[in-house]
Design a protein around this ligand. Structure first.
Ligand SMILES: *Cc1c(COP(=O)(O)O)cnc(C)c1O
Length: 395
């Protein structure tokens, strides 16, 4: 089958929930992907911020293969070695208290919401609490996660969703305060909004949320699924702000390719929320997924991935700013570290994404008008130059 025939076959059998780009990928190497016809692409999408280490990073495959030979799955009825290691590393890097591993980001959100509700239930002796979420947020597609996702387009067909959710404006503390009632049990926000269009939080906003939550005993949840795991040059973006959540969610780059997520609680939230019987998962935290998490943390430490992101960020930003100066269709650059967005005006961002693909560069969009760059965290200056060269060609 040639590539076109393969795509047709896919559309016969796979539910059409994505308008996929016309390419079938076969393999990756470093920061490049190859399609089934051998064409090479520079990858500035990284599987939507998942492939933090690119493809076949030294030691990563070997660690997974080793774990396959030992044990892929048992169940959470028993302990396994990788979950012990992965849990210790996640707690150490976040300086939080307890982790629960899931299979995806969405499930991490579900767990975080349940933990917050349970915390309030345990305190008040009754349920019926409210959650405040942000407009233009994205937290996932399950009913619970969709209920706190501030995007009417994703929600409309699935109403009624989970009740008791109120929306406020991101980076607008007064609008959050206006939604607080005696029933508020949690405030959930991405630290850097991803799908909504790459909007970093303002420091005063996060500090303000922390203060409100402390005063009113509200659980503060930071969704670090996209912006976490080194993408901003810190393990978790909130560490760049010095504002700690009570619960954070992570996924995407956590396994750098193996599906795994987690929600992590501080001591207060862990001490008085989910107990045996309250929450569970068959696959979550299985030895294979946790071997990936553990290896990712080891590689981050050994090869100083965070320092690399911090070092290269000014160069990436400088190059993107130069693009902005040069092309009228770019009106703004926003972002932190290797999570950058270029706001495109006067032409559809999808057209640029498609043309970049044709020219051998993978980039993605965010929101309605943002070109999103979330490359592997192991790119070099040469990759940045190559990306800029291709974008110039396309623009
Ligand atoms: C991707 C994403 C999710 C959902 O994660 P899945 O693994 O797709 O379930 C939730 N929150 C944020 C911020 C994300 O970027």
């Amino acid at each position: 089958m040639n590539m076109l025939e393969q795509m047709e076959e896919a559309e016969v059998n796979i539910l059409h929930t994505y308008n996929r780009f016309p390419v079938v990928f076969q393999r990756g190497e470093g920061c490049y992907l190859y399609d089934t016809e051998g064409k090479k692409y520079l990858d500035f999408a990284a599987g939507i911020a998942v492939n933090a280490l690119g493809y076949h990073y030294p030691g990563y495959d070997e660690a997974l293969k080793e774990q396959i030979d030992k044990l892929i799955h048992i169940s959470n009825l028993y302990y396994n070695q990788p979950i012990i290691e992965a849990g210790a590393k996640l707690v150490l890097t976040s300086r939080m208290s307890k982790a629960f591993f899931t299979n995806s980001g969405t499930e991490a959100i579900e767990g975080a919401l349940k933990a917050a509700k349970k915390y309030a239930y345990a305190r008040d002796g009754h349920a019926d609490h409210e959650i405040i979420a942000m407009n233009h947020s994205f937290h996932g597609r399950s009913i619970g996660a969709l209920s706190v996702t501030g995007n009417a387009h994703y929600r409309e067909a699935f109403e009624p969703l989970m009740g008791g959710v109120k929306f406020a404006d991101f980076n607008d503390l007064e609008s959050v305060k206006a939604q607080i009632t005696d029933k508020t049990c949690a405030i959930i926000t991405e630290t850097v909004q991803g799908e909504g269009g790459i909007y970093p939080a303002e420091k005063e906003f996060l500090e303000g949320l922390r203060k409100i939550c402390d005063e009113k005993d509200i659980i503060l949840i930071f969704d670090e699924i996209q912006c976490g795991m080194g993408r901003t040059g810190y393990y978790f973006a909130w560490q760049a702000y010095g504002v700690q959540p009570d619960i954070m969610t992570c996924a995407k780059a956590l396994g750098s390719g193996v599906p795994v997520g987690a929600f992590v609680l501080n001591e207060k939230a862990a001490a008085s929320s989910l107990e045996p019987g309250d929450h569970g998962t068959t696959y979550g935290g299985n030895p294979f997924a946790c071997a990936a998490v553990s290896k990712v943390f080891s590689i981050f430490e050994k090869d100083m991935i965070l320092a690399h992101v911090q070092e290269l960020t000014p160069y990436l930003e400088e190059k993107l700013d130069a693009l902005k100066e040069k092309y009228d269709c770019i009106s703004e650059r926003r972002g932190m570290g290797f999570m950058q967005g270029l706001v495109i005006t006067g032409r559809p961002v999808g057209e640029i994404v498609k043309k970049a693909l044709d020219a051998g560069l993978l980039v993605i969009s965010a929101g309605s008008d943002v070109l999103r760059l979330v490359p592997p965290l192991v790119i070099t200056k040469a990759h940045v130059d190559e990306m800029v060269g291709i974008l110039e060609e396309v623009l």
